[in-house]
Design a protein. Structure first.
Length: 265
């Protein structure tokens, strides 16, 4: 756009006024209104309006929605079926009345308890030769050893019973020291005479006596002891009743077999 300076505009206005005066027209002078736009280097200021200018909505394009891709569905594999295992059935034993259960698998061990009546128990182990079994007491849960000839296995499957190592044998108690009387008078014997009446005229008679001699022949020692007893005429020997204090018996021959002595009078 072409720009005019201020002085150029004023000069044009003066020329127009001079030309009007020279024409000499008597008519009422017409008022010439000229709108002159004065250029200015200062930008025009637009007064604020009370009417708010509607805000232009800015269109923001939405990002393209990703089309979901169908993923492969994982097919669950069947769980392995658990194979049912057989429940281990403990080996049971039937117990007889008055059976002794010991602390170890030998008669050298002391008795732990004895059963006053028939019962049953769980077998926890055995010796390698199956001569003794370790059982669990039904009430206390303690264990003890029992001989194989006094129980019956309810389920005699020996493969289910572990083989146990026996405990060491207990230290034997020291033998009692012989008294001076035994060393002087020889071996001490007990004589049992069944149904002889005794001091109350019933039951058996029991007395002990010494042989007054000691030899290497047991039969001769017994014979000498009997004849020594038969010669005693007192009614009591110590605190024991002497059932033969009035007899005139003599032992002639004595034989010993399996711990039993036979006497010929």
């Amino acid at each position: 756009m072409r720009k005019f300076s201020l002085w150029t505009s004023i000069l044009i206005l003066v020329l127009i006024l001079c030309l009007g005066a020279l024409t000499g027209c008597e008519a009422s002078p017409a008022t010439l209104q000229a709108e002159v736009a004065l250029p200015s280097d200062t930008p025009a200021v637009i007064p604020p309006s009370e009417t708010p200018i509607p805000a232009t909505a800015t269109f923001t394009p939405e990002p393209p929605t990703a089309t979901p891709t169908a993923s492969a569905t994982e097919t669950p594999s069947p769980s392995p079926t658990q194979t049912a295992t057989a429940t281990e059935v403990p080996v049971m034993a039937s117990l007889y009345a008055y059976t002794i259960c010991r602390f170890g698998p030998s008669t050298a061990f002391e008795a732990h308890t004895y059963f006053q009546e028939d019962g049953s128990a769980i077998v926890r182990g055995r010796l390698d030769d199956d001569s003794w079994y370790l059982i669990e007491l039904p009430e206390s849960g303690e264990t003890c050893w029992i001989f194989n000839e006094v129980i019956d296995l309810v389920a005699p499957d020996l493969a289910l019973m572990p083989v146990l190592t026996p405990p060491p044998l207990p230290t034997p108690a020291p033998l009692p020291t012989k008294t001076e009387e035994e060393l002087t008078l020889g071996p001490k014997y007990y004589l049992l005479i069944p149904d002889n009446g005794g001091p109350f005229a019933c039951g058996d008679g029991l007395v002990y006596f010494y042989s007054n001699q000691k030899s290497k022949d047991v039969e001769e020692d017994i014979k000498a002891a009997l004849n020594a007893l038969f010669s005693v005429r007192s009614k009591y020997v110590g605190n024991y009743y002497n059932p033969v204090y009035q007899s005139s018996l003599r032992a002639k021959t004595v034989t010993v077999e399996n711990g039993n002595a036979t006497v010929w009078l």
